[in-house]
Write a protein that binds this ligand. Structure first.
Ligand code: PMP
Length: 365
C-alpha cells in the first residue's frame, strides 16, 4: 500500500464533515473566464511597479516575522474606508486577514462554534455555510422572496425569534446581485440577539451607502466585512478586512493565528491601496457594462435579476447544467450556482461580455 491508496473514508475525519463537498468553482483554461466575480482589468503598470518595489524592500526582512497586528495596513484601510463612506474610522476599527473568507472564519471562531448558530438568507454566498461547518457552528438557512430580494420585515421577525449568535446579511448579495437599503439592515440590527455580519464584498459596485454608517448606532452587534478581491483587482493578493467596534477586533485577536498576514501580503496590499483611485476607476466602466449586459440579456429573451454588483444572475434555462456546458464549449466560463434554471455571469471587459452575449444566442434554453 502506498500513500496514494488511502481514501478519505479510511481517515478518522470528524463525523460532521463526512460526505461534505469542498468549495469548488471550476478553474478551467478557457478564453473567457467570467465565473468568480474578479475585476477583469489587470492592475495598472504603476501599481505593478509599486508592488514589486515594496516586495523587494521587505524581502530583506523575510527572516523576521511580520507586524502581527498589521497596524500600518489597518491605518491605510481605515483611511480608504473613512474617505469612501464619510465615517471617521481608525486602525482600531479595522482588522485584516487573508481574504474576507478568513475574516468570516475568524468571526465564526470567535462568535460561533459548537452549540452556537449562524443564520443566513439563501441563496447567498456559499462559503457562509461552509465556514459555519468548518467552525462547527450550526447553520440556519432562512428564505428570500421568490425574486431573490430580502423581505427585511420578515427577516427581522425571524431573527428576533431565532436566538442566532451570528446573522449574515450580504449586500449586494452574491449570487443574486441585489442590495439591502440601510433601513432594512437596521430593522434586522435592532432586533438581532447577537452579531450581525454585513458582507459587503461588492460594496464599491453599489450606489447604496455602506452599513459602516450604522456602526456608532449598533457597536456591540454590527460587523462590516469587505474585500480587496473584487473592485480593487487584488483577488490574487488575498486581502479582506472588516470595520467594527475596537472590542470586536480584540475578540478576533483571541482566535487569529499569529503572523497570519505575511510581510509580502501587507506590503503588497499597502502598495495597492496607494493606487486605489486608478484601480477603482474601473468600477464605473464595470457598472455600465453590467447594465448593458442586463439589457442585452433582456433583449435575447432572458430574465436577468436586477444587480448592484459586478455579476448578473439570469435565467431561465430548462437545464442550467447543460447550458453551462454549452457556454464552456463556446469558450466562455460562467457559474452554475445551483439555483434551478439560472446561471451567473461575472462582468468582464466589453470584449469578454460580447463573447458571452454571442454565446448566449447559441446555448440551449
Ligand atoms: N463574500 C462574498 C459575498 C463573496 O462573494 C466572496 C468571494 N466570492 C467573499 C466574501 C470572499 O472573498 P475573498 O476571500 O476573496 O475576500
Amino acid at each position: 500500500m502506498t500513500a496514494d491508496d488511502v481514501t478519505l473514508a479510511q481517515l478518522p475525519l470528524r463525523e460532521d464533515l463526512r460526505g461534505r463537498s469542498p468549495y469548488g468553482a471550476p478553474q478551467l483554461d478557457v478564453p473567457v473566464r467570467l465565473n468568480t466575480n474578479e475585476n477583469p482589468y489587470p492592475p495598472p503598470d504603476e501599481l505593478v511597479a509599486d508592488v514589486a518595489d515594496a516586495a523587494r524592500r521587505v524581502a530583506a526582512q523575510l527572516h523576521r516575522y511580520p507586524d502581527r497586528d498589521a497596524v500600518g495596513l489597518r491605518q491605510d484601510l481605515a483611511a480608504y474606508l473613512s474617505e469612501s463612506t464619510d465615517v471617521p474610522l481608525t486602525e482600531r476599527n479595522l482588522w485584516a486577514a487573508n481574504g474576507s473568507n478568513e475574516i468570516l472564519q475568524q468571526l465564526l471562531q470567535a462568535f460561533g462554534g459548537p452549540g452556537r448558530t449562524a443564520l443566513g438568507f439563501e441563496p447567498s454566498y456559499s462559503m457562509h455555510p461552509i465556514i459555519a461547518a468548518g467552525t462547527r457552528t450550526e447553520w440556519v438557512p432562512a428564505p428570500r422572496r421568490d425574486d431573490f430580494s430580502l423581505d427585511t420585515d420578515q427577516a427581522a421577525d425571524l431573527v428576533a425569534r431565532s436566538a442566532a449568535d451570528v446573522v449574515f446579511l450580504t449586500s449586494p448579495n452574491n449570487p443574486t446581485g441585489g442590495s439591502v437599503p440601510l433601513d432594512g439592515l437596521e430593522s434586522v440590527l435592532r432586533v438581532a440577539p447577537g452579531i450581525v455580519v454585513v458582507d459587503e464584498a461588492y460594496a464599491e459596485f453599489s450606489a447604496r451607502p455602506s452599513a459602516v454608517r450604522l456602526l456608532d448606532d449598533y457597536p456591540a452587534k454590527l460587523v462590516v466585512s469587505r474585500t480587496m478581491s473584487k473592485a480593487f483587482a487584488f483577488a490574487g493578493g488575498r486581502l479582506g478586512y472588516l470595520a467594527a467596534a475596537p472590542a470586536v477586533v480584540d475578540a478576533l485577536q483571541l482566535v487569529r493565528l499569529p503572523y497570519h498576514l505575511s510581510v509580502l501580503t501587507q506590503a503588497a496590499a499597502r502598495a495597492a491601496l496607494r493606487h486605489a483611485d486608478a484601480t477603482l476607476a474601473s468600477v464605473a466602466t464595470l457598472a455600465a457594462e453590467r447594465d448593458r449586459v442586463m439589457e442585452s440579456l433582456l433583449g435575447l429573451g432572458f430574465t436577468p435579476v436586477p444587480s448592484d454588483a459586478n455579476f448578473v444572475l439570469f435565467g431561465r434555462f430548462s437545464d442550467a447544467a447543460a447550458a453551462w456546458q454549452a457556454y464552456v464549449d463556446n469558450g466562455v466560463l460562467i457559474r452554475d450556482v445551483g439555483i434551478a434554471g439560472h446561471l451567473r455571469v461575472s462582468i468582464g471587459t466589453p470584449e469578454e461580455n460580447d463573447a458571452f452575449l454571442t454565446a448566449s444566442k447559441e446555448v440551449p434554453r
